[in-house]
Design a binder for this molecule. Structure first.
Ligand code: CP
Ligand code: NVA
Length: 307
């Protein structure tokens, strides 16, 4: 069955700037209602299936709590407890699940796997993290910046670390929303030239302090992402001087925020005084996963016609 008209969120750039602005505006409304214990349940009788092929705390809790809060329900699947672990083709899994639920969230390895699922799905598919992208996290990060510092357009973000799923999603967001990204990775761990477009939105830097200079937001992530554990020893050596510490934060603008998608490793990619210090926004950032994803679910299921 042709599924061209179904909207998915597989990469950050799947939503236009106008759609992203709508999602952020709805996030503010939905969060405000939630804080006032005002019920908002537009997704009654709707079901979200979540498929996890990698571990999760925040993504699972935020999608599951969010769906229930909006009146819907959730089914949680993992590789080990579904036929995916016994090699049922992803295309067949997509055809079946998408006849039974209204929307699907997937956390998996290759982006091609989520694309194959989406190409065979009758319902919207959301990327809950792949090796290549983590778009829901960047929605939360940008919403958090908006909430604490105002629009991100024209501002500068410093990415200090691996060219991983978070990093490539920041690159897309910078181009989509019109801000500057300073990107510093150790030699051998920088972005693949084939996966980035060069332009005013992206500056490749030599070291963390150069990237942080003039930044309004400094952000980093683990040295070794899920699925790359075999490279752990080599990465620990390569990233040894790639920690966001107070010296790096001092190079940024005085009111710069620090963000990290979590889970974090204090003493590796970030020092304890930074992540637990006054510039850190990591707890608001984590909480905002809940609120932005409720707005995303609402948009993918109900479009612009909402109250
Ligand atoms: N940031 C994030 O996606 O966290 P989890 O791995 O806990 O879901
Ligand atoms: N880059 C990390 C993010 C975890 C939320 C990973 O993929 O493991």
């Amino acid at each position: 069955m042709a599924t061209e008209r179904v909207r998915h969120f597989l990469e950050f750039s799947d939503l236009s700037r106008a759609e992203l602005e709508h999602v952020f505006a709805r996030t503010r409304i939905i969060k405000d209602r939630f804080k006032r214990y005002q019920a908002y349940q537009p997704l009654t009788d709707r079901t979200l299936a979540m498929v996890f092929e990698k571990a999760s705390t925040r993504t699972r809790v935020s999608f599951e709590a969010g769906m229930y809060q909006m009146g819907g329900s959730v089914i949680h699947l993992t590789t080990g407890d579904s036929q995916l672990g016994r090699a049922e083709p992803i295309e067949d899994t997509a055809r079946v699940i998408s006849r039974m639920v209204d929307i699907v969230m997937i956390r998996t390895f290759e982006q091609s796997k989520i694309e194959r699922f989406a190409n065979n799905s009758r319902v919207p598919v959301i990327n809950g993290l792949t090796n290549e992208y983590h778009p829901c996290q960047i929605l939360a990060d940008i919403y958090t910046f908006l909430e604490l510092r105002g629009p991100i357009q024209g501002r500068t973000v410093a990415w200090i670390g691996d060219a991983n799923n978070m990093a490539y999603t920041w690159v897309q967001a910078a181009e989509q929303l019109g801000f500057a990204l300073n990107f510093a990775a150790p030699p051998g761990y920088g972005p693949d030239p084939a996966r980035i477009t060069r332009g005013p939105h992206l500056t490749l830097c030599q070291d963390p302090r150069q990237a942080a200079a003039g930044a309004d937001l400094v952000t980093t992530d683990v040295w070794t992402s899920m699925g790359y554990e075999a490279e752990g020893d080599a990465r620990r050596k390569a990233f040894a001087h790639w920690m966001v510490d107070s010296g790096v934060m001092a190079a940024a603008n005085p009111n710069a925020l620090f963000m990290h998608c979590l889970p974090a490793h204090r003493g590796e990619e970030v020092s304890a005084d930074v992540i637990d210090g006054p510039q850190s926004a990591v707890w608001d950032e984590a909480e905002n996963r809940l609120h932005v994803q409720k707005a995303l679910l609402e948009y993918l299921l109900l479009g612009f016609e909402v109250q």
